[in-house]
Design a binder for this molecule. Structure first.
Ligand code: 0CM
Ligand code: SF4
Length: 320
């Protein structure tokens, strides 16, 4: 028995925050010309980053790598207050591609800090979004990555504690950690609506449905992408072999040897062109039918920042 069916998850791929972040780099290039400096990968995807690089973006990790007066874009994952101050001090022109749903968390941290709260953040250590959100304050945010961590933290004000999370967590893991936090800190202040974003929630829900229909799962996404990793992990936890690929060439024939139905999805930072290339390759491995599961239709859109919104359209030959 070999591969016959491809089943596509819906929704999958780009979210509104990723669309906007890429648009900001493209609009900045069209308006100010190259180079445009981008602090950190604009989104965690190799194809997207390489494509923007060929169009004139220069990706940096440290702002000091950008010459004074140059234009710098902050990535979708957000930055700390220290990074904002550094950009000011270096005289850089900044456009902020932080996803508005990450900014919402930053604003919540600032507001509750003024009300005297201490914080717990649920997230993955070292991830740029976690560094950005924790860096909204100089101190007073305790990171928890697991249920075990909940017992380890020692807040100074256990009865005046608020929780925020990374936007791209596993919904199921976050729920368990949240339950442990509630049990230890009964007065815990929680966000009105969870910080995990709509795109993360929808893509994970779609993989749960997908997992009941297939016998192997492929996720298109780059290794650095938290939300893409969570999709692969989810399918695996549902008992399926699950693989993440950065590009079609990463697919291996042996993954499908005794499998007839492959489920395919893509992280929020993975472009549809890669999904289509994966489909083409799966066809060469034997797949003959393709269908898309019903799922939520996403309509979320975020406006561009001031100063790019009214950008003139790029000249006709700029995308040649
Ligand atoms: O946060 P994550 O690693 O999933 O980022 P990404 O660039 O893969 O996806 C979009 C976002 C954000 C914030
Ligand atoms: Fe924004 Fe969610 Fe997309 Fe991240 S995954 S850019 S938080 S919409």
């Amino acid at each position: 028995m070999g591969l016959t069916d491809i089943v596509l998850a819906q929704p999958r791929g780009f979210c509104a925050g990723v669309d906007r972040a890429i648009d900001i780099v493209e609009q900045a290039l069209a308006r100010f010309g190259k180079p445009i400096y981008v602090r950190h990968e604009i989104v965690h995807n190799t194809y997207v980053v390489n494509d923007l690089r060929t169009k004139g973006a220069i990706f940096i990790e440290e702002l000091s790598e950008a010459p004074t007066g140059s234009t710098v874009i902050f990535s979708a994952h957000g930055v700390s207050q220290a990074v904002r101050r550094e950009a000011d001090a270096l005289g850089l022109r900044v456009f902020d591609a932080t996803c508005p749903l990450v900014t919402k968390v930053h604003i919540e941290v600032a507001k509750l800090h003024r009300e005297g709260y201490e914080f717990v953040m649920i997230g993955h250590k070292g991830h740029p979004e976690v560094e950005g959100t924790m860096g909204q304050l100089s101190e007073g945010i305790h990171l928890v990555e697991s249920v075990e961590d909940v017992a380890r933290i020692q807040p100074k004000q256990p009865d005046h504690l608020a929780v925020v999370t990374q936007t791209t967590l596993s919904v199921d893991d976050a729920r368990e950690i949240m339950d442990a936090l509630r049990a230890r800190f009964p007065d815990l202040r929680e966000p009105k609506k969870q910080d995990i974003c709509y795109a993360t929630q929808n893509r994970q829900d779609a993989v749960k449905v997908l997992s009941t229909e297939v016998d192997v799962v492929v996720v298109v996404g780059s290794p650095t992408s938290s939300n893409s990793n969570r999709l692969r992990e989810l399918a695996e936890r549902r008992g399926l072999p699950a693989y993440m690929v950065d590009r079609a060439e990463d697919l291996r024939a042996e993954w499908f040897q005794d499998r007839s139905r492959v489920g395919l999805t893509a992280g929020a930072s993975a472009p549809e062109i890669l999904v289509q290339q994966v489909i083409t390759r799966l066809r060469t491995l034997g797949a003959v039918s393709l269908r898309t599961l019903p799922g939520i239709e996403e309509t979320m859109q975020f406006p561009l920042p001031k100063g790019l919104k009214d950008s003139p359209p790029p000249p006709k030959d700029s995308h040649a």
